[in-house]
Each structure stands twice: as structure tokens, then as C-alpha cells.
Design a protein around this ligand. Structure first.
Ligand SMILES: *Cc1c(COP(=O)(O)O)cnc(C)c1O
Length: 395
């Protein structure tokens, strides 16, 4: 193992080597959106017609295009991905006091959506080959802690019902979701797929977002396509689609000229002006994914000769959208966990290359410190060694 300063310098050199000519000197962001299509035209149409908010043709058009892209029967567009997950979990039946199983290695939105239902996230470990939930370990954990009581699975350590499982496709790399979906079917747990990062990714020949009855996407400014802020739920199930549409539209009833509502709903629908941006972005999705995959391949080449560093690549059964590229650093013998990561983060950011550690693991956040969990050693190890590197489609 070379000293950490040599390692950091090699990482800076390797990242610079893949940057387009003319960019090699300047600052490089981790992820910036690219507006190279009909964004101006569609947004201007909203302004010209006055249809900027709820209502308007772009929302429906965006939902149709998205459903087509994912191969789902229906899509319901929302204000952001967290709202989409929240609505999914509510129709999945997550109620106050229920536990929802999810990875500790994810963005905080996954856990927050559970909390918004009054639920309690229950954290499980990750697989080193996907960065997502480890299906075999998940199954062993559930078998070890869950008892069947009155038609539901109860965590015998906490006495709470385990209502749902939320696997996440980390950085766009498909989690091995078939065995997780099979377990959920066998046990009668609801599977909600957090596909926020995985638009355009493919799992065993099927687009990400097809494993369960509900999946959530995000179109935040840093995601593969953006609507400014935005999200969506996709499903094949007409009744579930009706329920999430209703819930996210203030539970409003069609009632002549007035406003009438039949439950506490949410103002979660995507405005037309955001959907306009989304339509223009979706038209470019295939191109964005191709650019991202090409960038990942260039990173693999550039890092091939760098000792102690590996570019994380898609598992054999999947095609990733490579939303965020990541490098995995070897843990140098004798050094503190995270020492190589911190040295690389400092050197790259000081060189004007924006890099980031993976999100603080959920069970380390103050609000989730006491949540139930399995052993999380793999996620801890990954978090100490992962660094996200610049991944904009413009690169
Ligand atoms: C982006 C993201 C979300 C949703 O985030 P919003 O910012 O609310 O759109 C959910 N889960 C994961 C894993 C994400 O990366």
C-alpha cells in the first residue's frame, strides 16, 4: 500500500484523466443536470398558457412517458421522491408503530418516509457486490426475529409488526431484488421499491422499478433526470394507482363545482411546470444513460493502474445507469477505518474535484440511533471505503 498522500494524488490524477479537454483545470461538481433538449420550449409553453401549477397537459404526458420508460401500466407524479415513498408506504398499510425493513446504507429520505407514516425503520446490512440489501442475510435475519401472529409478522424483540420491506438501488446499481420479492410474497410483507436513483437501470432484463407492486422514483436536481424537484410512483395495479393518486391530491373527490375530501390527504402532486421540464428530460434519458455508462467505463480505465482503488461496477445480472460513480478504497493495514477515504476526500475537493463520502449510515443519525437493526458490519465497512466521484452527464 502506498502512503495516503501518494494514493490521494493518484486519485486526483485519474479523475482528471477522464475529464473532457478544457475542463481539466476548473472546478468539477459531483453531479449537475444537463438541459440539452426542449426544456426551454416546454417551460415557456407553461408560462405562455398560464398552466404552471396543478392541472395541465404536461403532468399527464410525463406520467405516460415515465410509465412507458419503466414498462409499468401507470405512473403518478409527485412533488418529490420522499412524497412518492410516503404515499407508497401509506397504501402499503404502514401505520404508526409498524416496522419497515430497509438498508442502513441509503439516503435519509428512505427512512424519513417511514417516519412520516409513524413507522419505525428497521435496518439491515448491504451486499458488497450490489451495495444494496443482502437478500440472504435479510432472510436469515427475518427468520431469526419474526414470529407469525394473527396474520402478521411481529418482531419478537420489539413486539411490533414488520409491515414492509424497502430495498434501494444504491447509486443506480440494481439490488438483487428477486429473492427479496420472493421472500416478501412468501411472508405476505409489502415490497416497496426505492428506485429513486435507478431510472434507466435494468435488473435481469427488466427496468428497475418492476419487482413489487409499487416503486418510487426521484427527479431531484441531482438525479439522472430532473424536474427541479419531483418524484413518481409506478405500478401495474389500477387500484393502488387510484389510491396513491387520491392521497397525493388532497384526497379530493370529483364533486361538481366545489371541493370535497374524504380523508386527510396530501398536497403531493407534481406541478405542470415541473412536469414540462421532466418531459424534455425524459426525451433525453437514453442519451444520459449512455453518457453515464461511457463515463464509468473511462473511470475503470483511468483507475486500472491505481493500486488500492477499485471503481465500483454493476453486478453481472444488471445494467446500471451509473447515476453516481463510486470508488472503493482498500483499507490500508494498520490505518484507522476511513483514513484513506478522508485523505482522498480532502485531496480531491482541494483540487476542485467535488467528491463525497456515502451518506452517514441511517443507524448513526440521532433520530434513528435506537431503531431496531441486524448486524451492519458490511455497510460500516463500505461506508469507510466509498467515495463518490464526479458523474454529471456533461462529463
Ligand atoms: C433522492 C432519493 C430519494 C428521494 O428524494 P427526494 O429528494 O425527496 O426526491 C429517496 N431515496 C433515495 C435512495 C434517494 O437517493
Amino acid at each position: 500500500m502506498p502512503p495516503l498522500s501518494d494514493l490521494s494524488a493518484s486519485v486526483v490524477t485519474a479523475i482528471r484523466a477522464v475529464l473532457p479537454a478544457g475542463m481539466a483545470g476548473g472546478r468539477v461538481a459531483l453531479h449537475e443536470p444537463l438541459f440539452a433538449g426542449r426544456e426551454w420550449e416546454y417551460v415557456k409553453e407553461c408560462l405562455d398558457t398560464g398552466w404552471v401549477s396543478s392541472g395541465g397537459a404536461f403532468v399527464e404526458r410525463f406520467e405516460r412517458m415515465l410509465a412507458g420508460e419503466v414498462g409499468a401500466a401507470r405512473a403518478v407524479a409527485t412533488v418529490n421522491g420522499t412524497a412518492a415513498l410516503h404515499a407508497c408506504l401509506l397504501v402499503a398499510g404502514v401505520r404508526p408503530g409498524d416496522e419497515v425493513v430497509m438498508p442502513t446504507l441509503t439516503f435519509v429520505a428512505t427512512a424519513n418516509a417511514v417516519s412520516h407514516c409513524g413507522g419505525i425503520p428497521h435496518f439491515v446490512d448491504s451486499a458488497p457486490d450490489t451495495l444494496g440489501v443482502d437478500p440472504a442475510r435479510l432472510e436469515r435475519h427475518i427468520a431469526a426475529i419474526a414470529d407469525r401472529r394473527g396474520g402478521a409478522w411481529v418482531n419478537r424483540r420489539t413486539g411490533r409488526t414488520i409491515r414492509a420491506v424497502v430495498p434501494v438501488h444504491i447509486f443506480g446499481h440494481p439490488v438483487d431484488i428477486d429473492p427479496i420479492a420472493a421472500m416478501c410474497r412468501d411472508l405476505g410483507m409489502f415490497l416497496v421499491e426505492d428506485a429513486a436513483e435507478a431510472l434507466g437501470s435494468v435488473y435481469k432484463g427488466r427496468p428497475a422499478g418492476r419487482a413489487g407492486r409499487l416503486a418510487a422514483f426521484s427527479f431531484n436536481g441531482n438525479k439522472t433526470i430532473t424536474t427541479g424537484g419531483g418524484g413518481a410512483i409506478v405500478t401495474d395495479d389500477a387500484e393502488l394507482a387510484r389510491q396513491v393518486r387520491h392521497l397525493t391530491t388532497t384526497a379530493r373527490l370529483a364533486s361538481g363545482w366545489g371541493f370535497d375530501h374524504d380523508q386527510v390527504g396530501y398536497n403531493y402532486r407534481m406541478p405542470n411546470i415541473n412536469a414540462a421540464l421532466g418531459c424534455a428530460q425524459l426525451e433525453q434519458l437514453a442519451g444520459f444513460v449512455a453518457r453515464k455508462r461511457a463515463l464509468a467505463a473511462r473511470y475503470v480505465d483511468a483507475f486500472a493502474g491505481v493500486k488500492g482503488v477499485r471503481v465500483f461496477v454493476e453486478p453481472a445480472f444488471a445494467r446500471s445507469n451509473y447515476w453516481l460513480n463510486a470508488i472503493l478504497l482498500d483499507a490500508p493495514a494498520g490505518a484507522a477505518p476511513g483514513a484513506a477515504r478522508d485523505a482522498v476526500l480532502a485531496a480531491t475537493n482541494e483540487a476542485g474535484l467535488q467528491t463525497r463520502p456515502v451518506w452517514t449510515l441511517m443507524h448513526r443519525l440521532p433520530m434513528y440511533r435506537d431503531s431496531p437493526r441486524d448486524d451492519l458490519a458490511v455497510a460500516e465497512d463500505l461506508a469507510a471505503r466509498l467515495v463518490n466521484i464526479p458523474s454529471s452527464p456533461s462529463l
